[in-house]
Design a protein. Structure first.
Length: 224
């Protein structure tokens, strides 16, 4: 059977597993982190926790994390994951992120993930808060209406890029090679050289051709 490129995750982390995964990518919650969790899976799961289950504390840290670390997000992988989401609040949030990061052209596609009317972040009392405080400037004119002050924005809530690069192999490879599937595959192969090209491709949601080339390049370097 021919290899088929993976588009969606089988199971995103939830509950305590999600908390540990978020800590593992540098969100500074009071918990022990998972070692080197998948970055985009964790971001998508955190947005579901935030928008579906109304966890504004998670949303605050998630939004700050994206602002700090977006240069090293695999934008294509994130887009493919968001395409699989059906909740309109989740899609509206990532559309808002696309507007927020409009200067980084890799994220422009995210804007099209939601096309409906503006959605209030707060399910109750939104109009009062908006009249009293105005809108959070980060979300102004986007698909999500967020009152100013509702989401805390402190860079101290997330690890610095240099700190995360030291402890997360995939993130470090993205800093070295750019936020690409090849970088992720190289990190995965370095973690376990016994993996086949198909296994690496599935784990990173990339193509078999790229994974095969990574295995070939790895063999060349091992032979030098």
């Amino acid at each position: 059977m021919a290899y088929k490129r993976a588009a969606a995750t089988d199971a995103l982390p939830v509950g305590d597993d999600l908390t540990r995964a978020m800590v593992g990518i540098g969100m500074l919650f009071a918990a022990r982190g998972i070692r080197e969790p998948n970055i985009e899976d964790t971001l998508i799961a955190a947005s579901i926790e935030s928008l579906v289950r109304d966890d504004l504390r998670v949303l605050s840290v998630l939004t700050t994390w994206v602002q700090v670390h977006h240069p090293w997000i695999n934008a294509d992988r994130l887009w493919r994951g968001i395409e699989q989401q059906t909740d309109q609040r989740v899609r509206a949030y990532w559309s808002a992120i696309g507007h927020m990061l409009a200067k980084d052209r890799r994220f422009v596609r995210l804007q099209s993930s939601y096309r409906g009317p503006r959605i209030d972040l707060l399910r109750v009392g939104s109009e009062f808060q908006l009249k009293r405080r105005g809108e959070d400037a980060r979300f102004a004119n986007g698909p999500l209406r967020v009152p100013s002050g509702v989401l805390r924005d402190r860079v101290e809530d997330v690890a610095e890029p240099s700190a995360l690069a030291k402890r997360h192999r995939t993130y470090r490879h993205r800093v070295l090679f750019g936020p690409t599937y090849r970088a992720d595959m190289w990190a995965e192969n370095e973690r376990d050289p016994s993996l086949t090209a198909s296994e690496i491709a599935r784990r990173t949601y990339g193509s078999f051709a790229t994974a095969w080339q990574v295995k070939k390049d790895w063999a060349v370097l091992k032979g030098t």
